[in-house]
Write a new protein. Structure first.
Length: 175
């Protein structure tokens, strides 16, 4: 089955986000300076019927938490970016839950780049990040100054970070 976007069936949030990010990356690769990209983005969307309805990415809120390689939701307790922004605008807060089914983390910039990722270019589950890198993650790969790396997560994430084990040793509660 082939699906195409029509004015009556706009992009879903995830597809729109990825298309917008891909267009921004293409403009960057074409050498268009950052300060001209928003106008170039708008012109491209106006000229290409298949891009109608795309908006320039905000760049400050993750559009969704789906792994861009396999589609798994890396943060099932977090709303998508549009919902988060709407909730904050309406009530000043956005309720989010993180648990042992989440893979919310921050690796060092060099690791993210080696995986072929751009800032705000989407999320990767631990398995897909490791596949791109061709190796398992190590504790030194994580940006320990980022608060994401102190959150709970899947056993796989915790195993790679070694955070909880290190904290137990530090606190003197290790068994």
């Amino acid at each position: 089955m082939t699906m195409s976007r029509t004015p009556e069936a706009p992009f879903n949030a995830s597809t729109a986000s990825r298309k917008a990010q891909a267009l921004c990356l293409k403009l960057k690769q074409e050498g268009i300076p950052e300060w001209e990209r928003r106008d170039a983005f708008r012109r491209a969307v106006e000229q290409d019927e298949s891009l109608k309805g795309l908006e320039y990415p905000d760049g400050h809120v993750t559009e969704d938490w789906l792994c861009i390689d396999c589609g798994v939701n890396t943060a099932p307790g977090f709303p998508d970016g549009a919902t988060t922004l709407k909730q904050i605008k309406e009530s000043g807060v956005s309720e989010q839950r993180i648990g042992f089914d989440s893979e919310v983390y921050m690796v060092r910039d060099a690791v993210w780049r080696k995986a072929g990722m751009e800032d705000f270019g989407g999320c990767l589950c631990i398995g897909c990040l490791e596949k791109r890198l061709g190796r398992k993650l190590k504790p030194k790969d994580f940006n320990w100054n980022h608060s994401f790396n102190s959150l709970p997560g899947t056993p796989r994430l915790l195993n790679r970070r070694k955070y909880w084990v290190e904290m137990e040793v530090y606190m003197g509660t290790a068994s």
